[in-house]
Ligand binder design. Structure first.
Ligand code: M6P
Ligand code: ZN
Length: 195
């Protein structure tokens, strides 16, 4: 009897689950970290003169990513945490560069871990909308939709993302034409303004 039970059991491989995530912070194997500084974000903010006056080495955001498969693997998933600092470029809140997906029919999930932010979304017809982001908020980014996040708080904003490994990035559209709306501080309040 005991022998039969033994042959039905599998070894649970402790070493296989070698990534941990606590408050969005990823630790373990295959975690890649990248960062975007003020210097990297030329022509992304409305006020280019204000951007040039800021220390170009100042970090706007860091991204920790887990890439379990090669980029462009059909059916694969990627996972990331973005740590977006609080700050302003002129009247505009620190924000991510933003992108469409190269494979435009790929959707994505974002969810807030801590801090206060706004997810700005724009479809291919350049219709813009926005959703508040905070610890625990879940955001479904549909296909064919550009996405960026602004930090409207005074502390770091942390959010997670999960997206298809073959989604890729189309940054060019945003570099060339931007979003059709911007999140500006108007009289002390975050206000979505058509641009
Ligand atoms: C999220 C995901 C990443 C993205 C990052 C920063 O973590 O969407 O794929 O790289 O935000 O955004 P961006 O690439 O627009 O700078
Ligand atoms: Zn994306």
């Amino acid at each position: 009897m005991f022998d039969v039970m033994q042959s039905n059991t599998l070894v649970i491989n402790q070493a296989a689950n070698n990534i941990i995530i606590v408050e969005g912070i990823l630790q373990g194997e295959k975690i890649i970290e990248s960062q975007k500084t003020i210097g990297h974000l030329k022509n992304i903010f409305q006020d280019e003169v204000a951007r040039q006056k800021i220390n170009q080495q100042e970090i706007v955001y860091r991204v920790q990513s887990h890439f379990p498969v090669e980029a462009d693997t059909e059916g694969g998933l990627f996972f990331g945490t973005t740590f977006l600092n609080a700050g302003m470029v002129g009247d505009e809140y620190f924000m991510t560069q933003g992108h469409f997906h190269k494979q435009s029919n790929c959707a994505e999930y974002y969810w807030g871990i801590k801090g206060n932010g706004v997810l700005i979304l724009m479809d291919k017809k350049r219709n813009c909308r926005a959703e508040y982001m905070q610890g625990g908020s879940l955001h479904y980014i549909p296909a064919h939709t550009a996405h960026r996040v602004a930090n409207i708080g005074s502390d770091e904003l942390v959010f997670n993302a999960c997206w298809p490994a073959d989604a890729g990035y189309d940054y060019e559209e945003i570099i060339q034409h931007g979003f059709s709306c911007r999140l500006l501080n108007k009289d002390g309040k975050p206000t979505l303004v058509k641009s």
